[in-house]
Write a protein that binds this ligand. Structure first.
Ligand SMILES: Nc1ncnc2c1ncn2[C@@H]1O[C@H](COP(=O)(O)OP(=O)(O)OP(=O)(O)O)[C@@H](O)[C@H]1O
Ligand SMILES: [Mg+2]
Length: 130
């Protein structure tokens, strides 16, 4: 998962939104950790379960790691500054269904499913296409 994150982030840049879905404990935060640590070294990448957003200063752009599970309604995403971040930063979002109406059409969707002791990842380029 960490190695895949490192390969994935090399393909991404500012203004892109990556939505991470999958059950509790599927590995969404682990994948983000792989992405961020490959850019910034072995720093702490905590789950933003309570803070909702953790930002990181990348070499070229800001990274936003969001876990919006606790957001009560999608509109609360405006207060978090998500709309601006979708434009300017690379945003990695856990539980994107909570803010579904705010998610850009061209977001990358990655679903993580349990498969035996491992995980199966399904990537979708656009909404509705599998
Ligand atoms: N590919 C994998 N194979 C086996 N275990 C994994 C894999 N990816 C992550 N894990 C393990 O699964 C556990 C949960 O991972 P993680 O916290 O990343 O899940 P999450 O999807 O972010 O959960 P939450 O829904 O609570 O935010 C961790 O112990 C992690 O090490
Ligand atoms: Mg998580």
């Amino acid at each position: 998962m960490l190695r895949f994150g490192a390969r994935l982030i090399a393909q991404l840049s500012a203004g892109q939104v990556v939505c991470l879905t999958g059950d509790l404990g599927a590995g969404k935060t682990t994948l983000v950790r792989g992405m961020i640590q490959s850019l910034l070294g072995p720093i702490d990448v905590p789950s933003p379960t309570y803070t909702l957003v953790q930002t990181y200063e990348g070499p070229e752009f800001e990274l936003w790691h969001c876990d919006v599970y606790r957001l009560e309604k999608p509109e609360d995403g405006y207060e978090l500054g998500l709309i601006e971040a979708f434009e300017d930063a690379l945003c990695l979002i856990e539980w994107p269904d909570k803010i579904e109406p705010l998610i850009p059409e061209d977001a990358l969707h990655i679903n993580i499913a349990f498969e035996g002791e491992g995980r199966k990842l399904t990537m979708t380029g656009f909404k509705g296409i599998t």
